[in-house]
Write a protein that binds this ligand. Sequence first.
Ligand SMILES: [Zn+2]
Ligand SMILES: [Zn+2]
Length: 118
Amino acid sequence: MVTTVKCRHCGKDFEADAEERTVFCPHCEKETPTASFQTSRPFVAAQLDHAKSRMTGCADCGAPMSRRALWCPACGSIQRSLFGLLWTIAATWGLVWLVFGVLGWLILKLIEAAGAAW
Ligand SMILES: [Zn+2]
Ligand SMILES: [Zn+2]
């Protein structure tokens, strides 16, 4: 596959084989990375950062564990306070009840409207 490469040294565009990591610029004859290589590297780095951000270390033993884990799989130490856990549950249930409340109210209004139409 042929791709357009912008030379890192002189800034001029030229065509080169995209399979190659680096090519020699025909204008200044210096080695420059191809576009596919220039774009693929930050992408891989971003993926690695993303994978890392989902993992954290145990506060007690330092073993790698998921950020979402409530306790350490290595030593069993609780990683979140009970209050934090209860708050999460309360917030989740609050949201569920809010959604169901609004839905229930809408359905009630629809039934009322249907009843009025009849
Ligand atoms: Zn060049
Ligand atoms: Zn641990």
